[in-house]
Design a protein around this ligand. Sequence first.
Ligand code: SF4
Ligand code: SF4
Length: 282
Amino acid sequence: MKISVASGKGGTGKTLVATSLALSLIKNNPSVQLLDCDVEEPNVHLFLDQEPINETTVSLPIPKINEDLCQHCGKCTEICRFNAITLLKDTILIFPDVCHSCSACWHFCPTGALEPSPREVGTVQISQSGKLKLITGRLNLGVHASPPVIKAVRGAIDTDTVTIIDGPPGSSCPVMAAVEETDYCILVTEPTPFGLNDLSLAVEMLKVLNVPCGVIINRDVPGNHLIDDYCQEKGLPILLRIPLDTEIARAYAKGIPLVKSSPVWTEKFIDLYQQVTQEVTK
Ligand code: SF4
Ligand code: SF4
């Protein structure tokens, strides 16, 4: 079972849910994997004591020029949609930061003057915290290529183990790379107009990806029906409500997972998992 945890915007409590769900599931499972796919700002490790196991680098191919073979025909500059390669008089300039590794330039260079060369864009770190395995993706500073690093994190999983994926916020390409082909997506939101707007964008994205979803309302306030009304209209289940509570916020700010600061939540997260399992097998 692969469950992704996402939110239309940052700061809604996605990591709080992902860590507490994973820590609750180790109670009844021999092992659980937690993937930190928020590769621009991975922070799950701040909530767990871990033993590092290994770290690998993620690389993407970018063109490398062999000046001796270049005839300065300009074909590569014409074909690059991203303006990542240009011809200045008789010199080829390559801009790795805007290259999308599409491979067009070296395929269409008539003289073989361009060849792919690896550029490191991030890392994947695997660590262990008791029965919980944490796989963290980290994008290098100044690099824009989140999806390849997210795919590398997802490629490092053991497919037979329960997997929880903490995705990046938003509803763009990196989020899609984190949630696509998961069995279910838990959307964490808060009962505000901004929360509702971003939740609706995330729901539309999941519809396109054909991933079923349900909602957790974080910082829930009695009497506020904004998210309830939306979920009722869309036929989305509300899986859990986490109240607006200064004790929860204080523990989270200290890097203490909700199920550790308040163990009564463990059963609630196990129940959440059972609800998700029922939704998936409907
Ligand atoms: S396509 Fe090849 S030969 Fe032509 S300018 Fe580019 S690198 Fe040089
Ligand atoms: S690999 Fe693609 S994006 Fe990068 S320089 Fe070549 S054509 Fe441009």
